[in-house]
Ligand binder design. Sequence first.
Ligand code: ADQ
Length: 477
Amino acid sequence: MDDVNNESKSNPQASFVVVANRLPVEQVTNDDGSTTWRTSPGGLVTAMEPVMKNQDGAWIGWSGAPGEKLDPFEADDIKQVPVELSQDEINEYYEGFSNATLWPLYHDSVAFPEYHREWWDAYVKVNQRFADAAAEVAEEGATVWVQDYQLQLVPKMLRDVRPDLKIGFFLHIPFPPGELFGQLPWRERILEGLAGADLVGFQTPEGAANFLRLLRTRMNYQVQRDTFTTPDGRRSRARAYPISIDVQMFEDLARSPEVKARAKEIRDDLDAKTVFFGVDRLDYTKGLRQRIRAFGELFKSGELDADEAVFLQVATPSRERVEEYKRLRDDIELLVGRINGDMGRIGRSPITYLHNTFPRSEMAAMYLAADVMVVTPLRDGMNLVAKEYLACRPNNDGALVLSEFAGAALELKQAYMVNPYDINGMKNTTLQAMNDTAANKRRRMRALRRQVVTHDIKKWASDFLGDLDPDMKPDEG
Ligand code: ADQ
């Protein structure tokens, strides 16, 4: 171990290390042309912040720029350890194997997963680079928390050289059943990779169960409840830790006079009795095609009156270089254009569609302006949008329409639940959510909010880290 530590004089040493595809900061260019690092807003950063600050933490990740070679630096009291990715590696490891193989495969194959041996080779190589960086940065006995599907080989690679570490892994997306996972030509390598962790976290018990079943049936590991034993006799666990959001931050925003005023402005601009709202990354897993079709039919049949109701859909630009995402964008824009062309009139469109990213305060204002939130993914690890909407409704009004295929559905049982493949069912439930009595809506909203308020992002992090290392006290400080 000492060898590893001695070789790494240029790198900081840390007792707590997060390993994620991206660093939690992004480079911004100032007016004078100089550049600085700014924390990129995100749930994971917020969750980790208190832990990182208490624990002398380091974060290993890619800066976001191709071929950029950077020394470790400090930003926001967190040691940032950049890992370099060449343009080819971005194409093959990130856009290829991560986003065009694993992403569709793990989401029920709702798009066709592509299998290319060169992509796999790049995935192995890049995972090794992240593991090497973690091995250098982690001090003796440190806790290392590896994040998500881009880095599933890291736990084992890291354990091979640093058996002294406590290694956790969390998968933010679903873990598929064996019948799907079995397609993957490198399935055993991925299972072994993940099993290198002491604790493997999933969004849902179903994901954990799928993983444990595969360890038993494909790898012949001994499995007992949530515990598995690797061939070298090490015992690890796989469990569900449903991720959440910074509830307080969203609630404070929603209560602020600025956000309230902005919400009123949005409503005035939309000028409708009922505002339906959807906001998603522009991703084929989010069920946008089905949702927009359902709204198109509701407006066409007159069940929704374009003079009284409006559907605001915000789609965040995402993975724009991947073919499937380009196609999706074209499809959505065609669909929206057609519906507005057929059913709109001068100065009035039934669907307001925005392809843009917004600051948190604007997101909160939109949540506050929405009477009915529509979250209809075909498959989703959790879905934070649903939870953010609830956090922004401290008055217990509004309604949440939620797909049963979002991980969040397991916790948010009082939502108006839909199967996004069933367009008629989705139309009926959306109308029901709009027309339900105020008392019913309030009752549902109160229960939903109670769940989210008592299960926020801090609880998620401390539950996971508490199980990984009972000596760690992530909540202190
Ligand atoms: P995502 O697939 O990205 O996350 P989601 O959980 O809904 O999906 O999170 C999206 C985040 O982006 C939310 O925090 C939302 O506020 C933000 N966002 C969306 N549109 C935006 C816009 N136009 N402008 C600004 N912000 C916007 C993956 C998994 C999920 C899992 C999360 C966390 O796919 O299932 O819940 O990770 O584990």
